[in-house]
Design a protein around this ligand. Structure first.
Ligand SMILES: *[C@@H]1O[C@H](CO)[C@@H](O)[C@H](O)[C@H]1NC(C)=O
Ligand SMILES: *[C@@H]1O[C@H](CO)[C@@H](O)[C@H](O)[C@H]1NC(C)=O
Ligand SMILES: *[C@@H]1O[C@H](CO)[C@@H](O)[C@H](O)[C@H]1NC(C)=O
Ligand SMILES: *[C@@H]1O[C@H](CO)[C@@H](O)[C@H](O)[C@H]1NC(C)=O
Ligand SMILES: *[C@@H]1O[C@H](CO)[C@@H](O)[C@H](O)[C@H]1NC(C)=O
Ligand SMILES: *[C@@H]1O[C@H](CO)[C@@H](O)[C@H](O)[C@H]1NC(C)=O
Length: 377
């Protein structure tokens, strides 16, 4: 399956995306029961050839992926309602216009997930550059057809259809339904990638067949990710901490327009954002509102586990290749150490404070609360 990863050029994002806190402790250390050890041994020996999970193994799988934590009602408690209710309690008063009865945001999301399970729902990852889109694409490629190029396009994207020119999105409100249904005939998951204001508000996020996903990442982690924007990828080949001679360039990058409150700029409702530490709170409020519309939010801090949780929610089986890939992802040092200069670090914290607030908000809405996972100290 690894050829799929080769079909896109976002590989540094794979590492950037799942870098720092995906547990890399050998899996066997997580287990305390002999039965589980036997299961893993069989797996390592390839006894379970392709799909490693099954309903009967659900408990093992959850203990494996989430390291024993039962998280927001997903883990051992597989009722989707539990998850949704936990996450969306506050938002249930929101309404959508569907003529006649007024569904809650909660019921809309339940319907979208059910639609996916029924084979009519389309997953759409709104991929902020460096937010784990490559890894998520790899995972989804394991279990169904996706566009070959980074789940966004490529030579298997239907050419002679109305969908053809609309690979990139965002689709207009009225186009959403027809395009979702058309895309679902070819793919179970697609992505749109953005690094600028995306005008996401024009899309019908409440369409019953659209399962929207957003992966959110700490803005300073993204700032240090491999593919730095504005040409700084090449200009800044090393961490500041490893090369103090890069100081001036790091300050330039810190103040670059392309880096300014990056994810906030993508999700906010109006163009014109942002202005560093002086960014108007209205942009933050708009971006929060946009995130509220997403069916699923994942915190990149525990992306692997979040993807496993999503698989559970969608009744998908994980694969050996995915688990292998997840384990191969290396860790980075904490971002403060990588920056290695407290003056710059604190400047960035202030400069990107609205984006950081958006991330904190997203964490409170995400499929897993990463802080509840058992991890290495
Ligand atoms: C998951 O695996 C189980 C056991 O191998 C199988 O019965 C089930 O059909 C699989 N589900 C999917 C969606 O592939
Ligand atoms: C699942 O979650 C619900 C709601 O939080 C709770 O009432 C129920 O006891 C849980 N079930 C299990 C098996 O933990
Ligand atoms: C593409 O669509 C046009 C117009 O509908 C049609 O005439 C043509 O045969 C199609 N081409 C292919 C390769 O399907
Ligand atoms: C979208 O569809 C509605 C209902 O059919 C229609 O009233 C409206 O004019 C359409 N909007 C656009 C921009 O086409
Ligand atoms: C951090 O960077 C600033 C500006 O580049 C510099 O003046 C300062 O000495 C640096 N501090 C440390 C502890 O390296
Ligand atoms: C899993 O949890 C145990 C117990 O809390 C901990 O010792 C271990 O390091 C955790 N494993 C990972 C991979 O985080």
């Amino acid at each position: 399956m690894s050829h799929r990863a080769d079909t896109n050029n976002h590989d540094d994002d794979l590492f950037a995306s799942t870098d720092s806190r995906v547990p890399s402790t050998p899996m066997h250390q997580q287990y305390t029961t002999i039965a589980t050890l036997i299961f893993i041994t069989l797996m390592a020996l390839g006894i379970f050839s392709n799909k490693v999970t099954a309903a009967n193994d659900a408990l093992d799988v959850h203990q494996k992926h989430y390291n024993g934590s039962l998280i927001t009602g997903i883990g051992g408690n597989t009722s989707t309602n539990v998850y949704i209710i936990e996450k969306e309690k506050e938002s249930t008063t929101e309404t959508a216009n569907t003529g006649g009865h007024i569904p809650t945001l909660l019921s809309i999301k339940e319907q979208q997930l059910q639609s996916y399970r029924d084979g009519t729902g389309l997953l759409l990852n709104v991929h902020v550059t460096h937010h784990g889109g490559t890894f998520f694409c790899f995972a989804m490629n394991q279990v169904g057809p996706c566009p070959k190029f980074a789940c966004m396009g490529g030579d298997n994207w239907p050419k002679n259809t109305t969908l053809f020119a609309k690979a990139k999105g965002p689709w207009s409100f009225n186009d959403t339904g027809p395009f979702v249904n058309e895309a679902r005939q070819y793919f179970h998951m697609i992505s749109w990638e953005f690094s600028h204001w995306a005008n996401l508000g024009r899309t019908n996020w409440h369409h019953p067949d659209l399962v929207s996903v957003a992966i959110m990442r700490h803005p300073l982690e993204r700032f240090m990710a491999g593919g730095r924007c504005g040409g700084f990828k090449d200009k800044l080949p090393r961490d500041f901490a490893d090369d103090p001679g890069l100081s001036d360039l790091y300050w330039e990058y810190a103040n670059a327009a392309c880096a300014d409150n990056y994810a906030l700029k993508v999700f906010t409702g109006s163009s014109g954002c942002c202005n560093g530490g002086d960014t108007d709170v209205k942009y933050l409020d708009e971006a929060k509102h946009q995130l509220d519309q997403f069916t699923i939010i994942m915190d990149q801090d525990c992306l692997t586990e979040s993807i496993y949780a999503l698989f559970d929610l969608l009744h998908l089986n994980t694969t050996e290749a995915l688990q292998k890939k997840a384990k191969s992802v290396h860790e980075h040092k904490p971002v403060r150490e990588r920056i290695g200069n407290d003056t710059l670090y604190e400047y960035l914290e202030h400069h990107f404070r609205r984006d950081i607030e958006l991330y904190e908000y997203a964490k409170s809405k995400s499929i897993l609360d990463c802080s509840t996972l058992n991890r290495r100290a």
